[in-house]
Ligand binder design. Structure first.
Ligand code: CA
Length: 416
C-alpha cells in the first residue's frame, strides 16, 4: 500500500497510484507540463530543474510548453520514466526542510491557484459509437423494428468530428443556434436549440502516430495510446435529427465538446482492466480480434446542477459496458492506411448500460423527452435548460487504490 507525504484527501481521484499528466498556467508562471497529487498540481519543469529527471535523456524545455504534444513526442519510454520518478518522489519521505524548499520553488501548487489548459493540441478528433446499449436505445427510437443496424457488431462505427471546438473542463459555452424542423411545421425553423443534451464518453489520446499508408495492428495498438480522459460530446438533438441524413453528425455536435484536464495513463489504469463483452453471437474479423483484458472497470456518473441549486446525479454508468475497445477502434481507424498523429482524440461514443439509470444521455434518460427527470430542486428536465451545469465524474477503485479523472464540467449559457 503506497502513501504520499503530500496529504491526499480520502476518495481523491489523484492518489499516489494515478500520477496523470496535464498542463497549467498561473498569473505568475508560464505554461507548464504538470502532474497532480491530491489537491496539488506538480510543476514537472520545476521537478526537472531540481535535478530529479537528470538521468532521463530528453529536452527539458518540452516541459514549459502550452500542450503536452512535445513531451509526448519524446516517446513512451520518457513519459513512463517521468511518471515513475514522480511517483517515487511523492512516495518517499523528504526532510521537512526539503519540503519547504520544494514549496518555495513552486514544485507544488494548490490546485485552486492554477488554471488547467486543454492538455493537448488536437489535430484530429473521431467519435465512435461503441456502446451496444446506446446504439440499441437510439436505434429503437428511430427504427423500433430494427434498432441495431447489420454492420454494428462487425465494425466500430464512428465519424470524423471537429477538433477546433474541443475545450477543457470548466469552459462554458452558449447554447447553439441552428436549423431544425419542428414536428408540427412543414418547413424548417432557425433559432436556439431546444433540445440540448450531453453524451457521457471516454476518450483516448494518441501517444505515437502511424505514417500515412500504414496500419496499427490490434496487438500493437496500446503502444500508440498516451492516456485517457472523460469526454462530453454536447449534442443539439433538434439540429442533429434534421441534418444527420445522409452524411451523419455535423452542426448538432461541432459547437463544443469538453474533456477533463488530467490525462490518466494506461499504466495507472492497468489494475482496473477487465474483459471485453463476448462477441460470441457475431464473430469479428481477424484484424479486430485481440486477447487480454482490454476494457476498464471505471465507474462513471453524470449530474445536472441548475443555476444556484444543488446537483442531481442522473446517471451511473461504467466504461466496462463498451462493446469495442480503444485498441479495436484505433486499429479499425487505421486499417485503410489512415494516419494518426500525437494529440489526436478518439472518443468512445455515449456509454450506456442496460439499466435505465445507466443511460449516458438525456435523449435516452428521458426517452426523447417523453419521461422527464426530476431535479433535487423540484424542477424537471427533458433536455438541458439555460445555465444548467453538467458534471461528469469517473474513477476506478480496487484493493485500496483509487484512480480517477476528476470532473469534466461545463455550463450551457443562454444563446447569443
Ligand atoms: Ca457522441
Amino acid at each position: 500500500m503506497k502513501t504520499s507525504w503530500v496529504t491526499v484527501p480520502d476518495h481523491s481521484d489523484f492518489s499516489i497510484y494515478n500520477i496523470p499528466f496535464g498542463v497549467f498556467t498561473t498569473p505568475t508562471t508560464a505554461t507548464r507540463v504538470a502532474s497532480r497529487i491530491g489537491d496539488y498540481a506538480v510543476d514537472v519543469f520545476v521537478f526537472a530543474e531540481l535535478g530529479f529527471l537528470n538521468d532521463i535523456p530528453f529536452d527539458k524545455n518540452v516541459l514549459k510548453k502550452a500542450t503536452l504534444n512535445d513531451f509526448i513526442a519524446c516517446g513512451n519510454a520518457v513519459w513512463r520514466a517521468v511518471r515513475q520518478k514522480l511517483q517515487d518522489f511523492l512516495t518517499g519521505t523528504p526532510a521537512t526542510a526539503k519540503i519547504q524548499e520544494y514549496v518555495s520553488k513552486g514544485l507544488l501548487l494548490p490546485i485552486e491557484k492554477v488554471q488547467s489548459l486543454l492538455p493537448v493540441e488536437i489535430g484530429d478528433y473521431t467519435d465512435f459509437y461503441s456502446s451496444i446499449e446506446h446504439a440499441t436505445n437510439v436505434g429503437s427510437m428511430f427504427r423500433p423494428d430494427n434498432p441495431l443496424l447489420p454492420n454494428w457488431k462487425h465494425i466500430p462505427i464512428g465519424y470524423h468530428g471537429r477538433a477546433s471546438s474541443i475545450v477543457v473542463s470548466g469552459t462554458n459555452f452558449h447554447r447553439p443556434k441552428g436549423q431544425f424542423k419542428l414536428p408540427d411545421q412543414e418547413n424548417p425553423s432557425f433559432g436556439a436549440s431546444r433540445q440540448m443534451d450531453f453524451e457521457l464518453e471516454f476518450a483516448f489520446i494518441i501517444g505515437k502516430g502511424n505514417a500515412l499508408g500504414t496500419t496499427i495492428p490490434v496487438e500493437k495498438a496500446e503502444e500508440h495510446i498516451f492516456g485517457f480522459v472523460l469526454f462530453n460530446d454536447w449534442s443539439a438533438r433538434d439540429i442533429q435529427s434534421w441534418e444527420y441524413q445522409p452524411l451523419g453528425p455535423f452542426l448538432g455536435k461541432n459547437f463544443c465538446s469538453s474533456m477533463s484536464a488530467w490525462v490518466v495513463t494506461l499504466d495507472a489504469l492497468a489494475p482496473f482492466r477487465v474483459a471485453m463483452p463476448t462477441h460470441d453471437d457475431t464473430p469479428i474479423l481477424p484484424y479486430l480480434q485481440e486477447t487480454g483484458n482490454k476494457n476498464f472497470d471505471i465507474q462513471l456518473e453524470v449530474a445536472i446542477q441548475p443555476q444556484g441549486q444543488t446537483e442531481t446525479v442522473i446517471c451511473h454508468s461504467n466504461t466496462k459496458y463498451l462493446y469495442w475497445s480503444a485498441t479495436q477502434q484505433l486499429t479499425h481507424h487505421t486499417v485503410n492506411g489512415c494516419n494518426s498523429r500525437i494529440g489526436d482524440v478518439y472518443a468512445s461514443g455515449t456509454i450506456s448500460g442496460k439499466d435505465k439509470n445507466s443511460f449516458g444521455s438525456l435523449l435516452e434518460l428521458t426517452w426523447r423527452g417523453t419521461q422527464p427527470l426530476k431535479m433535487a430542486d423540484g424542477s424537471e428536465r427533458k433536455f438541458l435548460q439555460d445555465n444548467d451545469t453538467v458534471i461528469m465524474r469517473g474513477y476506478a477503485e480496487k484493493d485500496g487504490m483509487r484512480v480517477g479523472f476528476g470532473e469534466v464540467v461545463g455550463q450551457v449559457l443562454p444563446a447569443l
